[in-house]
Design a protein around this ligand. Structure first.
Ligand code: ADP
Ligand code: MG
Length: 455
């Protein structure tokens, strides 16, 4: 795999003494030891993003996510550490070099869409190419294609205020696709949308990823969103990254109590996939097995039916019921093949199918759900019981108590002596715990500032 982006010991400190405080932190000083007049928004953060992955940075409001993102697009350069995009160390570039690199390599999708109000949907989507002085015909062709991808065919001549929020963000996504950059930076891009629209946009992002694989850095304060869209998730708290891992890794082995509590409320059925409950079937039934062999195998394992595969290719052929075989044998003792008894209208899953979707499939399935890869090669089955066990595995004993959580949240949302008067932070939501994350994102000032600079 190729690394698309690498951050090594990145710091971003705000305030007059920022440089000096950064040097002190780099030498190992603690937050207590440095000047009280600075805000340490990003504190010694290191990570790598692989080409083509959706890397999520997740944390409560004020944890430093947007600031970290701004060190990456260099709109708010880091005060310490190094960042590479491919082989280019952006922390060593001049401002004009960075502007060039940004145009070429990175697109932003903003929480508040950042569309130009007096331009049509098409012109908005074509805008990144207009900046790059690409001719009208070519840029509009690319923009039309991007709008088709985001489901906006037919809306090209409308103006942004004629569109709903969800549709405006589809334009935002289309614009980023038109730009054709390798890296997509999305800062709370779906946070302002209604939950159902938001879910649609998350799905759309995953669909787009299937077809036009980009490297996406996706920022969110919403854990379910993080787990749904992220290939890997970095959990941020107090300017630091507490843990980096896949959704399942973070769910099953949280790095600390804070994360354990954070994830305890997540809808496990959305995050856990068939791959985690997949087992080898007890029986191997082959397409060219005779009826008596099939019956004997099923009897031995006390099964009513089973999944038939091709012995050579191991591709899944279908489902067979003991009852059907027995009945045909009774009518025709000379029967020597079962191929005509194999049922092919069954439901299956892939390793990535969320357990939530399996629930409905198991309900409709006479036995188990077969799991196949994209070539229809049989990988195993999901037995009902394994599925139920996986969903119940959150052990309440291991979850820290309310006091730990409160301490965690207080720490995470920071204190009042922040440089900007903490306009960005939001209070913890009652005593419900860390899982009650604010649903609406931050004030618009920061997004506007970014958009202003970006244009
Ligand atoms: N321009 C700025 N000047 C001073 N402090 C800032 C500035 N931008 C952000 N901060 C502070 O840095 C911290 C992290 O903010 P931010 O990166 O916006 O968090 P998030 O995006 O996770 O909500 C907060 O304490 C915030 O108040
Ligand atoms: Mg933010």
């Amino acid at each position: 795999m190729t690394t698309a982006l690498r951050a090594a010991n990145v710091y971003k400190v705000f305030g007059r003494d920022a440089e000096r405080a950064t040097r002190e932190l780099e030498k190992g000083a603690s937050l207590d030891e440095i000047s009280k007049s600075v805000t340490v928004a990003v504190n010694n953060v290191s990570f790598e993003v692989e080409e083509g992955e959706i890397f999520v940075v997740m944390g409560l409001s004020g944890s430093g996510k947007s600031t970290l993102l701004r060190t990456i697009n260099a709109l708010g350069p880091a005060t310490g550490g190094k960042i590479w995009i491919n082989d280019t160390e952006i922390t060593a570039l001049s401002p004009s070099e960075i502007r060039e690199l940004r145009k070429e390599k990175m697109s932003m999708v903003f929480q508040h869409f950042g569309l130009l109000p007096h331009r049509t949907v098409l012109e908005n989507a074509a805008y990144p190419l207009e900046i790059r002085k690409v001719g009208r015909k070519e840029r509009e062709e690319k923009a039309r294609e991007a709008l088709r991808t985001t489901g906006l065919e037919g809306w090209e001549d409308k103006y942004p205020d004629q569109l709903s929020g969800g549709m405006q963000q589809r334009v935002g996504l289309a614009r980023a696709l038109t730009a054709g950059t390798e890296i997509l930076l999305m800062d709370e891009a779906f946070s302002a949308l209604d939950p159902l629209i938001r879910r649609d946009m998350q799905k759309l992002l995953l669909e787009i990823q299937e077809k036009h694989r980009r490297t996406v850095i996706f920022i969110t304060h919403d854990l379910n969103e993080a787990m749904y869209v992220g290939n890997r998730i970095a959990v941020m708290r107090n300017g630091q990254i507490d843990q980096i891992g896949t959704a399942e890794e973070i769910l099953t082995s949280p790095a600390n109590d804070y994360i354990a509590k954070f994830v305890s409320d997540v809808d496990r059925s959305r995050v856990m996939t068939a791959s985690s409950v997949l087992v080898d079937p007890m029986t191997s039934l082959y397409k060219n097995d005779g009826p008596r062999v099939i019956l004997r195998k099923l009897e031995e394992w006390d099964e009513d039916g089973g999944w038939v595969i091709d012995a050579g290719t191991r591709k899944l052929v279908g489902l067979i019921h003991a009852e059907d075989v027995a009945k045909q044998l009774r009518d025709n003792p000379k029967l020597n093949t079962i191929e005509h008894l194999i049922k092919t209208d069954y439901t299956w899953a892939t390793p990535d199918t969320p357990l939530a979707d399996l629930a409905t499939r198991l309900a409709g399935s006479p036995i188990t759900v077969p799991v196949v890869d994209e070539d229809n090669t049989f990988l195993g089955i999901v037995p009902r019981i394994a599925y139920l066990r996986a969903l119940s595995e959150a052990d309440p004993e291991e979850i820290p108590d309310e006091d730990d959580i409160e301490a965690g949240i207080t720490a995470a949302i920071g204190t009042d002596d922040e440089a900007d008067g903490s306009a960005e932070t939001e209070p913890a939501q009652g005593d419900e715990g860390a899982s009650e994350l604010p649903m609406n994102g931050e004030p618009t000032t920061e997004a506007n500032a970014e958009q202003g600079e970006d244009k």
